[in-house]
Design a protein around this ligand. Structure first.
Ligand code: ADE
Length: 253
């Protein structure tokens, strides 16, 4: 190794450590239940209102953060993600929340960390596009950041145990899935492990602005005929589980 690289390699590592330690991390959940228990953990907490969205700035486990509830669905999630980038200079995204199971082996309280997300309700197949492929894109999958995925998976294993923490594809659409046949179709078409209503919208915006992201979802229901029964009973506990994973992940970031 040259004298030059002996000196500069550690310096570069140090600089990238400090750069990432000062980067604002956006933490987003769709509903109050998915973010409210994070708010008391924020230090130097300030609430900023933009339109109908409230953004909570401060520090969390030593990181500058903005925590917000996007509202349900892809449009809300896309607006929120764009505001986080443009108004709050968010550099990394963690989405925390709950989801329906698409993989039959998953049960409520299991966790899925996204390695990629897809919009299951995008249909331009009449023009020859694959299901889920939006006009103007080469790939229907939006790939999560490998480092964030690894950290989220490790945090999930700590919180729920290795046997209940999975990494896989999460499928998003503006529909609450509560039908055995529909969830099987989504599973078969996209190889999805979980279904929810915001993740791929956050992923698309983050991708378009070149920001790293990951989605952490605890399963609240099986997205079949029993979904409407499990969901209200389990939503608080499963949302809190994703929050616990997010906090564990921040400690390692
Ligand atoms: N979020 C939690 N459960 C869901 C389901 N079954 N479908 C869509 N989003 C969900």
């Amino acid at each position: 190794m040259s004298k030059f690289s002996l000196f500069f390699a550690p310096l570069l590592t140090l600089c990238s450590f400090f750069a990432s330690a000062t980067q604002t991390i956006a933490i987003v959940g769709a509903m109050d239940v998915e973010v409210n228990n994070l708010l008391p953990e924020i230090e130097q907490h300030k609430a900023v209102q933009i339109g109908q969205h409230t953004f909570h700035t401060g520090t969390l486990r030593g990181h500058p953060v903005v925590v917000t509830r996007s509202g349900v669905g892809k449009v809300n999630a896309a607006i929120t993600t764009t505001l986080l980038i443009r108004e709050f200079k968010a550099e990394q995204f963690i989405f925390t929340g709950i989801a329906g199971a698409a993989a039959p082996e998953l049960s409520p309280t299991d966790v899925v960390v996204s390695n990629a997300l897809v919009q299951h309700d995008v249909d331009l197949t009449v023009f020859g596009n694959q299901p889920g492929l939006m006009d103007g894109f080469d790939d229907r999958l939006f790939h999560a950041d490998p480092r964030l995925v690894q950290l989220a998976q490790q945090a999930a294993e700590k919180v729920v145990g290795k046997d209940h923490a999975f990494t896989g594809i999460i499928a998003t659409g503006d529909q609450f899935i509560a039908d055995k046949q529909r969830v099987a179709e989504i599973r078969n078409e996209f190889n999805a492990m979980a279904v929810e209503m915001e993740g791929a919208a956050v992923a698309q915006v983050a991708f378009m602005f070149n920001k790293p992201f990951v989605v952490i979802r605890t399963i609240s229901d099986k997205a079949d005929g029993s979904a409407h029964m499990d969901y209200p009973k389990l939503k608080q506990a499963t949302a809190d589980n994703s929050i616990a994973i997010t906090l564990a992940m921040l400690a390692q970031l």
